[in-house]
Design a protein around this ligand. Sequence first.
Ligand code: HEC
Ligand code: HEC
Length: 392
Amino acid sequence: MLALCPKPDQERRVRLVASGLLLCLAACVECPRAPGVSAAVCARLDELRWPGSLPPSPGNRLASDEGAALLGFELFFDARLSRDGSVRCATCHVPERQFADGRATSVGLAPVTRNAPSLYASAWHRWQTWDGSADSAWAQPLLAFENEREMDFTRLELAHRVRASYRARYEALFGPLPPLDDAGRFPPRGRPGLPGWEALRPDDRQAVDRIAANVGKALEAYQRRLAFGPGRFERFVLGDAEALSLREREGLELFVTRGCVGCHGSGLFTDDRFHAIGWVDSPPRARKEALAALAASPFTAAGPFHDGPNEPLPPPGPADEGAYRTPSLRNVLRTGPWGHDGRFGAVEDAITSHGQPNAPSLARDEVAALVTFLGALEAAEPPLPWNGWPDR
Ligand code: HEC
Ligand code: HEC
């Protein structure tokens, strides 16, 4: 049985104080920010405070630039940036679905093995994707463009398309393009691993890589406009006790006392770290493999396209084995199926499958209360026009 504090409507509290009755159980204290929660919850509320403004993106000097965001807005919906012109970023990050796709695993030019995350939290994530395959939001898009199953584009094609369709706006933001019309130097198609790419002069390869990085920076500027805003839970933390129902507050108690806050304990309900909770891929592809791949990439905070001071990559360690990033639980009831490979069609199963000691065994009613609480973690939608489709 849960020791919940009495529903703290004002009138009743006044009566309580007046009569000197201690209706609260011993666990209850006056929690100035959220009346009526237990001492255990009150002590953690600071950690669950909304993060406020967006974090800086030191690798992208145009991260907050409106022009860059507008360019990214168009690129995001441009299906010409795929091998056969049929797949755009929005194929798997659909505006009507919080920029996820509602599938267990996404389908681009071919099926992929991962669940598409909503992009509403991506501005806050230090590492992108479930395994941290990119260490910045600007470096992530190239992975999607060049993935054979997603868009199967190449960075050379991307450069030519930028020149053909976005040249003036690109150059205003990022400076002059290289002489891409010199077909001898810049063939139409190429990326590492495809014939032709290695034949490019090293400085031409770097010039093309820079265009790919800049396209990523425009896309990042756009995605930062897709960040969600505070919601009902914030009203509760600010003292509006009615913002959460009794059942939701019961779930909040469990969320704190059953250790969910250990990993999902922040205003975004994620610690933004990687944990092995047992949902592994076969063959293995998780944090450890992603870090090893990153070490060979120029598209990192340690590389030449990072605008701020370079930062070294952490070396993979034993804790990275089979580890995936803790997802944000904001809007989580709307972004199923759940798990990095969408293995759970019911959110209850995701909760009970964390495995010991990551999550204790929970009674059915406790799981139900937790789910009810997760429903209270709806966040405000990002503003239009960013949140919709571009005008065509
Ligand atoms: C075929 C479907 C598909 C397409 C097309 C696609 N994505 Fe994704 N996206 C995914 C999947 C699946 C993941 C998770 C990948 C992983 O964990 O390995 C993802 C992850 C991401 C993330 C990381 C979010 C986070 O919180 O970790 C960002 C950002 C992103 N995509 C942006 C883009 C952009 C920009 C484009 C277009 C250039 C794009 N995506 C195209 C399916 C897609
Ligand atoms: C040890 C850290 C840790 C703890 C403790 C923890 N989680 Fe998680 N949680 C994760 C990670 C990591 C994932 C993603 C794993 C994956 O997809 O491979 C996850 C995934 C989830 C998901 C699926 C989200 C999605 O978008 O797919 C839900 C829901 C969830 N956790 C709820 C909870 C609840 C409720 C508790 C407490 C009972 C809890 N978690 C405790 C780390 C943790």
